[in-house]
Write a protein that binds this ligand. Structure first.
Ligand code: ARG
Length: 572
């Protein structure tokens, strides 16, 4: 079914067009203040202005066109010409009963499914995944889940950094500095150590730097020994990444890293030159943007003087591949906002080339420590993702044990995992992604406030209501009577039917915090309802309606958190 705001938008826009003879949006939105009804159409003023009409008069004429038999609401005019709608409680009750009978909670699949490639996570090989990659992983996974639920064909692709200058240094380090025991123990840490050591040596001693360049050149030419080493670095990195992804419940359809595109790079540069889009400048081959006031002066280098290809070249080949092979209509890059210029240049170059899917850079800010500076360990090192997840689980376990000392070790472990990982993910997802945010263990693990534990707790609490009533298998019956009378019941039901709008808004803006905010409002409205009304002890007529409200709240939280990549527990 369409969402109620879509229905109101459609009907009001039709009425505007019928009166004015011109199509104009009705701009229907939930009202900020429930005193003024549930939804408000704001578009009349603009339509009146365009025809030089008095907005209130126009609003009157529009109202006369609205057909009460097709709109489940009452309406009136407010202020200079807003139209306020108040939903019909009987319709609302029937609607939530119908939603309860639907596996998809009444959410339609989009009418035009697109093939959407989501490029996210993309850590670099031979370097541990650190906290900088966490945002991409969490946000990218959540967006993929929402888009897939809405019915799009989503292809997730981990564009790992598995090719580049780091490998020359890695190979030198492996041969001269490797501690085999440490490598067996924690390969990524040892790889990082030798990488940094060779990097430092190379700065002090040009011979080392030259050696690293030589090994890199050999690797690029396919030298068997260096290629074998590269495969080894790949394999151990992959294992370490997979462990982190398993803990986060994140998966990918493809792992087409930078190296995959290697064979295509000469062709890309060649084509760009033939088409006159790139040209030689000071020995390098670049795309210039002379006719683009924003990008003019920032050439996009696709081949260096020494013949080497770059990140830019690989990304162009990647677009070509994704369009030609996956038939992508849309590609979403979930990458740190600091790469904004790269993506602007990339998208502009791809468009000139004739590859024109919808290209979107979904940027995000930095995670700050409690001191307000980019988060680091006490030693000033970047925080490693695996260590961060360990700490999250430990802290969640300690809190759970504190609250309920009778929990078994198994129960504690399950809570630690679901709550700890959920808290870290949610703390990221509930932020407007474009802003930096301060990482705070106490805030993200709190049972009060806009946190994962709060939502998980409301879910578990609802499940316990059904257990206490011995109603674990309770299911709403089709066409059951629903009596929404108390304001808290109505508010909760009205919040429920906004779920579809929230998902569409996530789709439109690539902002998962809209879904997080929706869930937080839902849980809060549930708590207000539950504080004001008994459920199990209510008399029969109210009882089944309230059980339905409980049942649906739990399902919305479960589904919503699942779309954010977060699990729930039956008891906490
Ligand atoms: N590996 C890169 C980094 O860590 C991110 C790659 C993002 N994806 C892309 N197609 N450029 O910065």
């Amino acid at each position: 079914m369409p969402t109620i705001s879509q229905l109101l938008e459609e009907k009001t826009a039709q009425a505007i067009a019928a009166v004015t003879g011109a199509a104009a949006p009705a701009l229907v939105q939930p009202t900020a203040n429930p005193q003024f009804g549930d939804y408000q159409a704001n578009g009349v003023m603009a339509a009146a202005k365009a025809r030089k009409m008095n907005p209130r008069t126009l609003a009157q004429q529009i109202l006369a066109q609205l057909d009460p038999t097709t709109i489940p609401a009452t309406w009136d005019i407010a202020g200079p010409g807003f139209i306020n709608f108040r939903l019909d409680p009987v319709w609302l009750g029937r609607t939530i009963a119908a939603i309860a009978a639907d596996e998809r909670l009444g959410i339609d699949s989009v009418s035009q499914a697109e093939t959407i490639v989501v490029d996210f996570s993309a850590p670099n090989i031979a370097k541990p995944m650190h906290v900088g990659h966490i945002r991409s992983t969490i946000i990218g996974d959540a967006l993929s889940r929402v888009l897939r639920f809405l019915g799009h064909r989503v292809i997730t692709d981990n564009h790992v950094g598995d090719w580049g200058t780091q490998f020359g240094m890695m190979i030198v380090g492996y041969r001269t500095l490797l501690n085999r025991e440490a490598f067996a123990d924690d390969p990524l840490a040892e790889m990082e150590r030798i990488y940094k050591a060779v990097q430092a040596q190379g700065k002090a001693d040009p011979a080392v730097a030259a050696q690293a360049r030589e090994e890199l050149a050999k690797l690029q030419k396919g030298d068997p020994e260096n290629t074998a080493l590269w495969h080894e670095f790949m394999a151990v990195s992959r294992q370490a990444f997979d462990r982190v992804y398993a803990r986060l419940h994140v998966g990918f359809d493809h792992w087409l890293g930078e190296s995959f595109y290697n064979p295509m790079l000469p062709g890309v540069v060649q084509t760009l030159q033939t088409k006159g889009l790139a040209r030689l400048s000071e020995g390098a081959i670049c795309v210039f943007y002379e006719d683009d006031p924003e990008l003019n002066g920032t050439p996009f280098i696709v081949q260096k003087q020494d013949g080497a290809f770059l990140y830019a070249t690989t990304d162009l080949a990647t677009i070509q591949y994704r369009v030609d092979t996956f038939h992508a209509d849309r590609i979403i890059y979930v990458v740190d906002s600091r790469q904004q210029l790269h993506f602007k240049q990339l998208f502009a170059a791809a468009r000139r080339w004739g590859y024109a899917p919808q290209l979107e850079h979904v940027g995000f800010g930095t995670i700050l420590g409690e001191d307000g500076r980019p988060i680091k360990t006490r030693e000033g090192e970047p925080i490693k993702l695996a260590a961060l997840l360990d700490e999250a689980e430990e802290r969640a376990r300690a809190i759970a044990r504190d609250k309920n000392p009778s929990l078994s070790e198994d129960e504690l472990a399950a809570i630690a995992h679901v709550v700890g990982i959920g808290a870290v993910k949610y703390a990221d997802l509930m932020q407007n992604r474009l802003a930096d945010y301060r990482f705070s263990w106490d805030k993200m693990l709190a049972l009060e406030g806009n946190t994962a534990p709060y939502l998980q707790y409301v879910y578990a609490r609802i499940r316990s209501i059904f257990r206490r009533g011995e109603l674990e298998d309770w299911q709403p019956t089709l066409g059951m009577d629903v009596y929404l009378r108390a304001p808290e019941e109505l508010d909760l039901a009205k919040q429920m039917i906004r779920f579809g709008d929230a998902l569409l808004e996530v789709e439109r803006t690539n902002k998962p915090n809209i879904l997080a905010g929706y869930l937080y409002d839902l849980a809060t409205k549930f708590n207000l309802f539950y504080q004001a009304h008994s459920v199990l002890k209510a008399e029969e007529e109210a009882r089944s309606t309230r059980l339905l409200l409980c049942h649906l709240t739990a399902r919305y939280i479960h589904k919503g958190l699942e779309l954010l990549g977060i699990e729930t527990l039956e008891a906490m």
